[in-house]
Design a protein around this ligand. Sequence first.
Ligand SMILES: Nc1ncnc2c1ncn2[C@@H]1O[C@H](COP(=O)(O)OP(=O)(O)OP(=O)(O)O)[C@@H](O)[C@H]1O
Ligand SMILES: [Mg+2]
Length: 137
Amino acid sequence: METQSCVEVKNEWGIVAARQAGRTLSKEIGFGNVDQARITTAISELARNIYLYAKPGEICLEVVEKTTKTGLKKGIQIVARDRGPGIPDIRQVMIDGFTTSGGMGAGLPGVKRLMDEFTIDSKTGEGTTVTATKWLR
Ligand SMILES: Nc1ncnc2c1ncn2[C@@H]1O[C@H](COP(=O)(O)OP(=O)(O)OP(=O)(O)O)[C@@H](O)[C@H]1O
Ligand SMILES: [Mg+2]
C-alpha cells in the first residue's frame, strides 16, 4: 500500500492540519500511543519552523517499507519542504539551544532524537528539505 499526502503550511492552520494528518497516518500504520506522540511532535516542530522561517512550505507524509533480515518493515516518512532562505550552517542548527529567533533551539535536535532517521538538505537562498523516518518495531 502506498500513501502520500501533503499539507501546505502557510499559517497556523497548516501546522494543525499537518499534526492531525500525522496522528491519523501513524495510528493507521500501527504505531502505539507513545510513538504517535513522538511523530506528531516531530511534525509539529518541522511545520512550526516552516511557518516561522520559511513559509509557505509543505509537510508530506508517506508510508514507507524496507526489507530486513526479519522481514518487511513499515514506517512513516516525514518530508518538510520549503523554498525559504535556507540554513547556512546545518551543523550549527543541530546544536541544542542554537536559535536565531529567541526560541529554545530545541526543535531540530529534538526531531532527530524522536525519529530513527533524519537528514537536512538546504541551500542558502533556495530552501530547505528535512526528511525524517520512523520505523515500526
Ligand atoms: N525551514 C527553515 N528555514 C530556514 N531556517 C530554519 C528552518 N528551520 C530552522 N531554521 C533555523 O534553525 C534554527 C534552529 O531551529 P530549531 O527548530 O532547532 O530551534 P528554534 O526554532 O530556534 O526554537 P524552538 O524550535 O526550540 O522553538 C532556527 O532558529 C532557524 O534559524
Ligand atoms: Mg523550531
